[in-house]
Structures are given as structure tokens and as C-alpha cells.
Design a protein around this ligand. Structure first.
Ligand SMILES: [Zn+2]
Length: 141
């Protein structure tokens, strides 16, 4: 038994259960009504913080899963509203952007080995010339 349980969420695209942090939350903002009484189109966007209010669904950070979710209308069912084509297009861009950012951050991480205290172990190669020479040594012997 593991001491800490990883919260799992289902991807609305492929339907796989995955750890929450591996998924991206799609949120539908609470619907506002315009003054004329007509309901505005639903505001659906990626929620990278996972803290936005509204109804949420989860997707892998993969445009392919968004396409699957679109095809199966699982997102529409999750939000119980129709999702316009342009919203899907925007979500796809945002997912691609988030995935790219993630990849960049992964690359930017320094691959420094850590010691037992979580401190990075940095080995510095000191060039021999920089070392102080002992007295009496050197050339001309
Ligand atoms: Zn998926």
C-alpha cells in the first residue's frame, strides 16, 4: 500500500484513468446572461491552474484526445452544452501550447545529481594551471 494516493481522473478523449497532474482541465465558466436576456455562448477554456470555478472535464495533454472527445461528444455531455467548432480549435491550440511549454521546461531542468539532503552535487573541474604551484617546483630543475 502506498501512503499517498494519486488522484485519478478520466480523460474525456481516450477514456483512460490517469493521474490528475498528467491531465489538463477544461473548464466551462458559469454561464452569464447578457442584459437583453439572450444567453451568451459558453466560455470554455483550458484551466492550467486547475482552480477555476465552473464545471470541469479532463483531457490528456494531447490534441489527439481532444479530437476523440470532440468525436464522441464527451465534452459536450460533460458540460451539457453544445461546443462550437471554434472552441475546439482554440482548445487544440492551447493544448499544443501547453504540451510544448511542458517539453521546454523538461529540457530546461538541470540534470544535476542530488545528494542525500536534496542539495545538488556540483563537480567543478579545476584546470591544472589554476592550481597553486608548490614552492620550488616547476621548470628549470
Ligand atoms: Zn486521453
Amino acid at each position: 500500500m502506498r501512503p499517498k494516493k494519486t488522484p485519478l481522473r478520466m480523460c474525456a478523449g481516450c477514456g483512460e484513468m490517469k493521474p490528475k497532474k498528467e491531465l489538463v482541465r477544461v473548464v466551462k465558466a458559469p454561464q452569464k446572461e447578457s442584459e437583453s436576456g439572450a444567453s451568451l455562448p459558453p466560455e470554455i477554456s483550458l484551466d492550467l491552474t486547475g482552480k477555476r470555478p465552473g464545471r470541469g472535464a479532463y483531457l490528456c495533454r494531447d490534441a489527439q484526445c481532444l479530437k476523440l472527445a470532440k468525436k464522441s461528444r464527451r465534452l459536450e455531455r460533460a458540460f451539457s452544452c453544445k461546443i462550437p467548432e471554434e472552441v475546439y480549435a482554440r482548445l487544440e491550440e492551447e493544448i499544443a501550447g501547453a504540451a510544448r511549454k511542458e517539453a521546454l521546461e523538461e529540457q530546461a531542468k538541470p540534470s544535476v545529481p542530488l545528494d542525500g539532503n536534496g542539495q545538488p552535487i556540483i563537480e567543478i573541474d579545476v584546470p591544472e594551471e589554476a592550481l597553486p604551484r608548490g614552492k620550488g617546483g616547476g621548470h628549470g630543475g
